[in-house]
Design a protein around this ligand. Structure first.
Ligand SMILES: Nc1ncnc2c1ncn2[C@@H]1O[C@H](COP(=O)(O)OP(=O)(O)OP(=O)(O)O)[C@@H](O)[C@H]1O
Ligand SMILES: [Mg+2]
Length: 266
């Protein structure tokens, strides 16, 4: 990662004092995001159970697991839509689990939610502007808009079209563009390939890779484990709310248990 990418990734400047509780990796990097012993509940029902996860600056990490294993809940917990009942979450060295969702977004998280959730009655331009609602730096916002159009030329051609009239693939582009408009350090994505044609799935993952190559960290929930692991750095596997497997993406791709359970091999 070059210096610019390191800046985008939110790496602590060299010589900075390590924040309390952060676990540096072998290369001495401090985590961008850290979940420590996180348990969550929906009412009386426990969903996540003592989950530990870490994402380092610039990484792309994927979260895999079967239906109802707690993948979406993990993202919602990171964002503060679901509160932790035990454990803590740190982002860029700061404890964020007591903070509201908008405070976390202000600190550099962005989300591409399940089923995109673009604003159907707003135009493409208005949807993109919603992604930047906390910002006041007009010049940088215009630069980011240009960046989004360079990734998704179609959005630039459709600025006045209503979001709800776009195809599923276009809405996915719009949701990603909206997330990028907040100039995030970390993008959280919930099943970006859901319901898309195979050609679009590849295209979306190519673009996720390009975004990540810029130094923006990505945490992506994905059913399509093969595609996700082929471009991710690392992965975690959840089963009924617990992390049952984690490691380098290449290792997970060749792991026998993974192959049987998630990679469509017997
Ligand atoms: N708002 C809610 N209230 C109560 N229970 C919920 C709520 N949302 C999710 N759950 C339950 O929590 C568990 C985990 O759900 P979650 O949506 O996190 O799973 P997931 O791994 O994302 O599944 P999928 O692959 O279907 O998207 C499930 O048993 C689900 O029924
Ligand atoms: Mg889900």
């Amino acid at each position: 990662m070059n210096a610019e990418a390191a800046r985008v990734a939110g790496a602590a400047p060299s010589g900075a004092v390590a924040p309390a509780g952060a676990a540096a990796d072998a290369a001495g990097r401090e985590p961008l995001l850290e979940l420590k012993d996180v348990t969550t509940h929906y009412g009386p029902i426990r969903v996540l159970h003592h989950v530990d996860m870490v994402i380092y600056p610039g990484e792309m990490v994927c979260l895999l697991g079967g239906n109802a294993s707690g993948k979406s809940t993990t993202l919602k917990t990171i964002l503060g839509i679901v509160r932790v009942s035990e454990g803590e979450i740190r982002f860029r060295g700061e404890r964020v689990d007591p903070l509201t969702t908008s405070d976390r977004i202000e600190r550099g998280m962005a989300v591409v939610p399940e089923n995109r959730r673009i604003f159907p009655k707003m135009t493409v331009r208005e949807n993109l502007e919603m992604g930047a609602y906390l910002r006041k730096d007009r010049k940088e916002m215009d630069e980011d808009l240009e960046y989004v159009f360079s990734l998704f030329p179609r959005l630039g051609e459709r600025l006045s079209q209503l979001g709800g009239t776009m195809s599923g693939g276009e809405q996915q582009m719009l949701a990603m563009g909206r997330a990028l408009m907040s100039r995030p350090k970390l993008i959280l994505m919930d099943e970006p390939s859901m319901g898309l044609a195979p050609l679009f799935v590849e295209r979306i993952f190519e673009i996720i890779k390009q975004v990540n190559d810029r130094g923006i960290s990505v945490f992506v929930v994905e059913q399509n484990a093969n595609v996700a692991l082929s471009i991710a750095d690392r992965g975690y596997v959840l089963q009924t709310g617990e992390v049952v497997l984690s490691g380098a993406a290449q290792e997970l791709l060749t792991n026998e248990g993974m192959k049987r359970a998630y990679l469509g091999e017997t």
